[in-house]
Design a protein around this ligand. Sequence first.
Ligand SMILES: Cc1ncc(COP(=O)(O)O)c(C=O)c1O
Length: 380
Amino acid sequence: MLKRRLFTPGPVPVPDRVRLAMAQPIVHHRAGDFIPIFQACRTGLQRMFQTQCPVLIFAASGTGAMDAAVSNLLSPGDHALVIRGGKFGERWAEICEAYGLRTTCIDVEWGRGVEPARVEEALDRNPDIKAVYVQASETSTASCHPVREIAEIVRRSDDRLMVVDAITAVGVYDVPMDDWGLDIVVSGSQKAFMMPPGLAFMGVSERAQRFMQSAESPHFYFDLAKELKSLPTDQTSWTPAVGLLMGLAESLRIILDEVGLEETWSRTAKLAHATRESMRAIGLELLSPDSPSPACTAVRVPEGVDGPALRSYLRDELGYTLADGQGALKGKIFRLAHLGYFDRFDTIACIAAIEMALSAVGYVHKMGEATRTATELLRD
Ligand SMILES: Cc1ncc(COP(=O)(O)O)c(C=O)c1O
């Protein structure tokens, strides 16, 4: 018997209670039954995002909200600054270019966080920059950018937006939208929300709402002004993903009212720390040792080991699906998740599986050492 276990940094496993909530009969979205479901979602999301600002919900993957965060805020020819330190930083740049923005990129070595001084310098040199686009947690490299410090620099002007892809940061660690003065914060259901893919979320500040009024980029489906108008009446512009919203209301109840948001952050951080230390204990190197994200850990495939063979063994022989590297890192790293519905026993067992797989593909190490390290660190 082979049990399938999903360990990718999105999608993540979905708790049974959430799956059952999604199995309830579908209600009509323009009828009264829908109102309490939607209210629970929008107020729960505000708590997750730590904001008093509206948080919009789209039937889309996270990239849909990223697209909206460009098309609704700026006009062709406007100047944007992108922090490009991984696959998703590249995505910001691609979206900005698709909408005809003048895009300046700060290229950051994959696996590192940007130095805030580089952002400061770029903004000083280009005072016409209207928005800064960054990842809080760059999932492709399992690293974090210092969003708080960057926001402090961006906030020196009121005529500039700070747009944060926090797709693997909201519900993972502390990224308080209002306290840090973030204008747009984007996330997605298949991450810390313990949900299937299909919903994108977006917190929108008052400053961003001001920018929206003069933005001239074309858009239709993702129309923030239209959504913001519908939100107070507990409606969305188009047919919402009703089944997913029923699941979201349940997952938010678990995270916010039963487990607790801070407890969720601290559990995730502990799992991440134990994983990093356990990999080091058997001589493996991390891709991002200096600014690791708690969302997932990226481990370098050791010299002489076939990366795809390692992940195939994990998946086909042991039932564990881990993520590959993306872009230039394909086959060179493997990534395992900590965000979402994972507890310490999930993590310890996954580390044991990694040891078994490493040994099967010829990596010589003291068998059990990583598992022992993780067990020690997660004992209490
Ligand atoms: C940091 C980050 N940004 C953007 C995305 C893209 O989101 P989606 O695949 O939901 O469109 C992901 C998804 O893995 C992500 O982790």
